[in-house]
Design a protein around this ligand. Sequence first.
Ligand code: ZN
Ligand code: MG
Length: 450
Amino acid sequence: MSGAHEEEVVAKFLDASSRGDEGQVTSLLSAVPSLLDRTCPRGWTALMLAARNGHLGMVQTLLRHGCDKSGVNSSGQSASDVAKFWGHKRVCVLLGEREEDGDGVGFENYFGAEPLDRLSAKRTDAAWLQDRKKHPDSVFLLFSDLSPMLHRDQQGVQHLCQLDYEAVKDLLEKPDCVLIFLGVEKRRRSTTGREGASGEPPAWFAISGEEDGAALLGRCPHGEHECSFATAPHRDLLNLSDEDAGVLAPARALLAWHRRYAFCSTCGSATISEEGGHKRTCRKQQCPSNKGIHNTCYPRTDPVVIMLVVHPDGNQCLLGRKSIFPAGMFSCLAGFVEPGETLEAAARREVCEESGVRVGAVRYVSCQPWPMPSQLMIGCLCVAMTTDISVDRSEIEDARWFPRRQVTEALLGGGSRPGPGPVQSGLVLPPKQTIAHQLLRNWISMVANL
Ligand code: ZN
Ligand code: MG
C-alpha cells in the first residue's frame, strides 16, 4: 500500500471499530490482517476504541483475531483501563480484568455487588441455621466496634478475614454476641475445595465480638500481625475487592442497627435478635409491636438522594463542598429523603436549599448502599432551570458551576494509573468508590470522546 492509501485504510478500520461495525472490520481484516494492532496518532488501537464505546461484539471479534490486549495509548491507558474508566463492565470481563458478579448480572457501584445469595426464606429455619453455623465450611466475619477484621495479603491487598466455626465458637456462646446470617456463596469456589461433602455452598455469618480488639486478633488464622481492624471506616472500607465490599455492606449496616436498637422504640423493653439477625423482637409480650407488622422490628435503610445538576447549557455541572472535605474537593449535592416525599421532590428541594438553583427534570441513574451506617444513596441526574447560586452556609461551604473540561481533567488525574498526561486543575473529586464520582463519570461519558 502507498503511504496515503495506507493511512486512509487504517483510519477507516479504526472508525469502523469505534462504531462497532463488525461486518466492515471483519472484511478489512481479511484483506489486510496487519491492521489489527494499528493505532491512531494518539496511540489508540481498534480494541481501545471498541472498549471506549462499550461495543461488546466488536471487542469479541478483535480478541478472536488475536489482537494485543496489553498495549497502551499516549495517555498510558490500556484497553481495559479505557473500559473501566467508562464503566463498561461486560467489556472489562471480556478483557479478563474483572470477574462477573455471582449471578452474571453485574452491579453499578462499590458496595453494590451481591456475591452471596441472601436466602431470606432460611432466616426463620432455626434448625437449618444451627446446622450451617456449626458446619466446618461456614465463614465467619468478625467485627469489633463495627470494624471488620481485615487481612493484608502478600501483595498488600486487604481482604475481609474469614474465620471458621472453631475459631469463634466460644464467642457465639456469649449472651451479648450478635450473629447475622448473610447468605450462601452464589458461585462455587472449586479451587478452594470448601464445598464439603454435603455439596452445599458455604454459608457466611457476621459476628460482633465483645472482647477487646487485641484478643479478637489472636483468633486470626493468618497470625495476629497480618490482620487488623479498620480504624477509619470512610478510608479503610473503601479499599476492599468489589466482592468483599458487597458482603461488608449488609453486614455492617445490620450490626450498626443491632447496636442502636437494643430497646423497643414502642415500649422501652429490651429486644432480642431473631431470624438470623434480620429482626429484633420486643420481649414484652403485650407490646403493640408484637401484633401485626411493625417497621420498628426490622433493620433500617435510609434513602438519600445525591444529585449531579447539569447547567442549562449542558457544559457545566453544579458541585458543592463541605468544610470537612479535604482541600480542593467538591462533590455532588445530597440529602435525606423526607417522609411522604418523592425522590424527584427531594432532589429539587435539597438542591434549592443548599445552592438556590432550581431544578427541572430529575432522572434516576444508579444507587449505592452506604453502610456508614445504613444509607441507600440514590443517584440522579438533574437539569437546572436557573443558574444563580446562593449558598446555604449552614449546610455547605461553597457551591460552583464547573466546566466539563475541568471535571474531565480531574477525573483523569484521579485515576489509578498515574502515567503522563493529566493536567492539574486544582479540582479534587471524591474517589471512584463513591457514587458521586460515578455520576460525574456517567455525565462526562455521555458526550465526551476521550
Ligand atoms: Zn415493646
Ligand atoms: Mg440538606
